[in-house]
Ligand binder design. Structure first.
Ligand code: SF4
Length: 257
């Protein structure tokens, strides 16, 4: 059934920015942020998911497909689109429609990226140019008794919900095989335990180092500045790509940047 272009969709942000992460860093992008996520990530000292308003406490969608179409045509000079969340693959029909709109406007030459933790497979009319894969490891599991950003206390139900979709290896295999290209973008906190999991994942999916961008953990300038040299040194020594998180350095936790 065709989607209603006048109805609000689970989209909470649409804006222009310069991409600062991964293989397309430096390029102006249009970002469409969906709301709703399969996961409930909590990174201990690193805090809750930095887009918790799409996941732990998801806000209601406020944009229609007509709004998105208009934004694309008002910003026709940008030919890169990134779908992010939350977990955009939870909304396959809507993602497909948004990608079709963007590809049509750019004569099929627009470049589309989708950021995903890999919880669902996704089939689209136009294969996606870049799957930006950030799977979540055991350091993302919430801890019983901790308070969420809006004061809910973590219980076993929340932990079970988080783990339910965390290691969906069939979905990840489908995403990497069906779409055109991908990069693997794990966040590293500097510990050997987490690097062990990252490496096990990389080897399980035969991901080469040149498709791997390691990002420093941290959602404040102070934490990132501490982590940058640790991750840069590791990437230099072990031949990985490094991805900074310059939007946090530049803007802190400001939204829509
Ligand atoms: S998967 Fe991403 S959006 Fe979802 S809770 Fe984890 S960090 Fe947040």
């Amino acid at each position: 059934m065709a989607l209603d272009y006048t109805k609000n969709q689970p989209i909470i942000e649409v804006y222009r920015c310069v991409q600062t992460e991964g293989s397309l860093a430096g390029k102006p992008h249009i970002i469409v942020r969906t709301t709703g996520c399969t996961h409930r990530c909590y990174f201990g000292e690193g805090g809750w998911c930095d887009s918790w308003y799409t996941s732990i406490h998801p806000e209601k969608g406020k944009y229609t497909l007509d709004d998105i179409k208009k934004f694309f045509s008002d910003n026709w000079d940008i030919n890169h689109l990134m779908l992010t969340g939350g977990s955009p693959t939870m909304h396959p029909e809507m993602c497909n429609e948004i990608i079709n709109l963007f590809k049509a406007l750019h004569d099929k030459k627009g470049i589309v990226t989708i950021e995903t933790e890999g919880s669902h497979p996704l089939v689209t009319d136009h294969r996606i140019d870049v799957i930006s894969l950030s799977p979540k490891f055991s350091n993302s599991i919430p801890v019983i008794g901790v308070e969420t950003p809006q004061g809910k206390i973590v219980d076993q139900k929340m932990i079970d919900q988080h783990n339910k979709y965390r290691e969906k290896y069939d979905a990840i295999r489908q995403l990497l095989a069906y779409h055109k290209n991908y990069h693997f973008k794990p966040v590293w906190d500097g510990t050997p335990e987490l690097m062990y999991e990252i490496e096990a994942f990389r080897k399980r999916f035969n991901i080469p180092k040149h498709k791997t961008w390691i990002m420093p953990a941290g959602d404040t300038r102070e934490e990132l500045i501490k982590m940058y040299p640790i991750v840069l040194d590791y990437c230099t020594k072990h031949s990985y790509n490094f991805s900074g998180r310059d939007h946090i350095i530049a803007y802190g936790d400001k939204r829509e940047v």
